[in-house]
Design a protein around this ligand. Structure first.
Ligand SMILES: [Mg+2]
Ligand SMILES: [Zn+2]
Length: 159
């Protein structure tokens, strides 16, 4: 069974200025690309799980999210990370919709676990909000790391 490195996006992968939805505003958190690459070398499959309520609120569209995602993945690959669009899960809903995918609900993580045959207990979650950690715990993820929003990320803290 595979093990995953679950990653929140805003504040963990990219600097969180609130509702980042353009390539121009997408800036990587210092240390994160190196961290993901090193974890991948240790056998962890990177999986992004991100709340994107800006879509449900009408601040931006799915096409904006997809454009940013494509640019993010390209930059990750350039940094030596093997990752595809299928490894990115997002929730477009507002809190009021009461969906099962918006963190702290574990829906996105459960879907990834099912789709990729991941062993949650052997997996790690990195998030900058308690809702990230709660979602991971609800999905049975074995280890969680709550980091400071916008980093820098020190990969050596993971284990
Ligand atoms: Mg975040
Ligand atoms: Zn949702």
């Amino acid at each position: 069974m595979k093990k995953a490195l679950f990653l929140d996006r805003d504040g963990v992968i990219n600097l969180d200025y609130g509702y980042v939805h353009t390539v121009e505003a997408f800036e990587f958190v210092p240390g994160i690309l190196d961290c993901i690459r090193r974890m991948q070398e240790r056998g962890y499959l990177p999986i992004v799980v991100t709340n994107q309520s800006g879509i449900g609120r009408g601040y931006y569209g799915r096409e904006d999210f997809e454009r940013v995602t494509a640019a993010m993945l390209e930059e990750m690959r350039r940094a030596g990370i093997a990752i595809s669009r299928e490894q990115v899960f997002f929730c477009p809903h507002t809190p009021e919709e009461g969906c099962g995918c918006r963190k702290p609900q574990p829906g996105m993580l459960r879907e990834a676990i099912r789709r990729f045959g991941i062993d949650p207990v052997a997996s790690v979650m990195i998030g900058d909000k308690t809702s990230d950690i709660e979602a991971a715990e609800a999905a049975g993820v074995g280890r969680t790391l709550l980091v400071e929003k916008n980093g820098p990320i020190d990969c050596d803290k993971i284990d």
